[in-house]
Design a binder for this molecule. Structure first.
Ligand code: ADP
Ligand code: MG
Ligand code: ZN
Length: 471
């Protein structure tokens, strides 16, 4: 292991496909699920001469919403699109329409990480390199609106980097700005990594691309940090370059030495007018802010106050279907924290797995009823689970189901006391044994009481009452 101490610096560049009906600069469909190649294309996104791009208002609005959520400065006074020139077969125009000097959003903060900027650009097509001396190109994705978010170099660990990416995914989904599925390439992370002995001077950075899962983000960064340390320990230099991540090998590999911004010869696109968004869009910064839904971190704060477990809070945040019914049920339990906790327990375990098996989430009315019956000890936990399964398969009122299936527990103190006294009177031998110190005899008495009630008595209450009555 390293003998010296190194300071880790990480900055992320994250791309996300913006959810819109049409592409960024033309009327072609933006449809990630289209499987037929080259059907959503037109002369504009194919870069034919003489065509004119027209910016997509909705894509711009979505990126501004992201900017508003993270507290960035929105470019409502002035923004423009630039050409980023390079040749690659998946980029039919020979340049990518992007933003350079005047991004839609400057600054902001997400999960404690300072942001540099958020801008909008167009995605590339996809290429398929098959056996043989040819490649296949699909331009359905060419021109799809792509948001790029860049962080400041302030992240200090692999875990913090993947936590940041998770929070961004959550935000994008909450806003409906992007589906942000990493495995579908709708959200793609690039990590810039460097280490240095001197906390005041950055080391040489390496950029790792193709990170398409949170695991990959963490593993690739950890791998790079070790590689950098080993090189520095040997007295060697880090080469500034772009590397790829090989999921199977669990290692990074060199792709190309780093190009500089000037290699792209950025310049403002002469076909697209400069935009005074404040005048064009028809809403103010404040109106935009007020139209945002409850943001993930606010929601987290609200849920944590309910004293439910942290991992349950994360499940709720990532499962809008579960969260929706949770919110409704819990609003009926304002003063009953026990019921809230029990609801969180059942929703994040049983309901999640029953839904996976094809069940339907119960409506809030019936679920609340079931949760109250559980809290009031009218059901055993087995009983609750059975009723929940029936409710999610067929629907129905939990009280009726409980009666039909004889799942109601007798928890009425008076009724149980009566049974306990009766069993004590009828079983003098067991009582004597218990009093002589054979504590197991109480299990026999509880068993008799359960038999008497055909399993309907609350066993915990029976136990307590027998102990009490036999004192
Ligand atoms: P480039 O022009 O090479 O793309 P930028 O300055 O635009 O570099 O930064 C790109 C990303 O790299 C940003 O996320 C930034 O925070 C990060 N970054 C910059 N310098 C470093 C460094 N020394 N170590 C780690 N990350 C860095
Ligand atoms: Mg870069
Ligand atoms: Zn098109």
């Amino acid at each position: 292991m390293a003998e010296k101490q190194y300071y880790t610096t990480i900055g992320l560049e994250i791309h996300a496909e913006v959810k819109t009906k049409t592409k960024m600069f033309c009327a072609c469909k933006n449809d990630a699920d289209e499987e037929r190649p080259n059907v959503n294309i037109c002369p504009v996104c194919m870069g034919h001469p003489g065509t004119l791009p027209r910016p997509n208002r909705e894509a711009i609005r979505q990126v501004l919403r992201v900017g508003s959520a993270v507290g960035g400065k929105l470019a409502l006074e002035f923004t423009e699109f630039d050409r980023k020139n390079y040749f690659y077969p998946d980029i039919p125009k020979g340049y990518q329409l992007s933003q350079y000097k005047y991004p839609l959003v400057n600054g902001g903060n997400l999960n404690g990480v300072e942001l540099t900027r958020v801008h909008i650009e167009e995605d590339t097509g996809t290429s398929l390199h098959e056996e043989g001396d040819y490649s296949l190109l699909n331009y359905n994705r060419a021109g799809v609106p792509l948001m790029e978010l860049v962080t400041e170099p302030v992240i200090t660990s692999a875990k913090q980097a993947s936590d940041f990416a998770k929070e961004l995914q959550l935000l994008l989904r909450t806003l409906g700005a992007s589906e942000a599925n990493m495995e579908k390439g709708e959200m793609r992370v690039e990590a810039n990594i460097s280490i240095s002995e001197d906390p005041k001077v950055f080391g040489t950075k390496v950029e790792v691309k193709n990170l398409n899962s949170f695991k990959a983000v963490e593993k690739a960064i950890e791998y790079e940090l070790k590689r950098h340390e080993a090189l520095l320990e040997k007295g060697e230099k880090i080469v500034q370059e772009t590397r790829g991540w090989d999921e199977n090998k669990g290692s990074t590999f060199s792709q190309r030495q780093k190009e500089d911004a000037h290699d792209y010869k950025y310049f403002p696109d002469p076909d697209i007018p400069k935009l005074k968004l404040g005048e064009v869009l028809g809403f103010s910064e404040l109106e935009l802010k007020n139209s945002l839904p409850e943001l993930p971190w606010k929601k987290r704060e609200r849920f944590l106050k309910l004293k439910i477990k942290e991992e349950q809070v994360e499940t709720l945040l990532n499962r809008p279907d579960i969260e929706e019914v949770f919110d409704k049920v819990v609003s009926k339990f304002s003063e009953n924290n026990n019921a809230v906790i029990i609801t969180a327990n059942y929703l994040t375990t049983d309901v999640v797995s029953l839904k996976e098996k094809g069940g339907k989430i119960p409506d809030a009315e019936n679920l609340a009823k079931l949760m109250l019956m559980t809290t009031e000890n009218k059901l055993s936990s087995r009983g609750t689970k059975d009723i929940l399964a029936i409710m999610m398969a067929e629907g129905g009122d939990p009280e009726k189901i409980a009666e039909e299936k004889k799942l109601l527990q007798v928890s009425d103190t008076g009724a149980i006391k009566e049974i306990v006294l009766k069993i004590i009177a009828n079983n003098p031998n067991a009582v004597l044994e218990y009093k002589a110190g054979k504590s197991a005899s109480i299990q026999f008495l509880i068993g008799q009481a359960m038999k008497e009630t055909k399993g309907a008595a609350n066993p915990k209450m029976l136990q307590e009452m027998f102990v009490e009555s036999l004192k």
